[in-house]
Design a protein. Structure first.
Length: 150
């Protein structure tokens, strides 16, 4: 059996705790300050929201994406590869249409809105959550099919 370099399954709990903490702190402190336009004023509480949004969320995505499932076999390995390819295709499509989206949104929206949009959604680590979503849905569907066949 080929050696996999994944975190143990118990790390999924650590990832879920980091995800919940990042979402709660980010939506409590970071997102409202960006929407109000107060971002960058240097308030102390803003740093907590920024760290949660820009550190805890990507860290939780990495932990969740690279931790094992309960039963890790060749079927799961193939599923991981297929989901990674699907995510890469989605990412490339978004990279191709990104300049078009930026052009049209720049014409339709104010520069203030564009700055807020880029600050909240401009990071590419969101694709880790896309991969995670595709993998978990595929894993659930495959397990459902497998249990129905038995």
């Amino acid at each position: 059996m080929r050696k996999q370099h994944l975190l143990p399954h118990a790390w999924q709990w650590v990832g879920l705790v980091a995800l919940v903490a990042g979402l709660v702190l980010g939506f409590t402190f970071f997102v409202p300050s960006v929407i109000r336009g107060d971002y960058g004023t240097g308030e102390g509480i803003e740093i907590l929201g920024e760290l949660s949004y820009l550190l805890l969320l990507p860290l939780s995505a990495i932990i969740l994406c690279f931790s094992r499932e309960n039963i890790e076999d060749e079927r799961i390995d193939e599923l991981r590869k297929k989901c990674l390819v699907t995510t890469a295709i989605i990412f490339v499509i978004l990279l191709i249409i990104g300049p078009l989206k930026g052009f049209f949104m720049g014409r339709l929206c104010s520069p203030t809105f564009m700055g807020k949009y880029q600050l909240l959604f401009g990071q590419s680590w969101w694709m880790l959550f896309v991969y995670l979503l595709i993998f978990k849905i595929s894993y659930w569907v495959q397990n459902k099919r497998y249990s129905d066949e038995k």
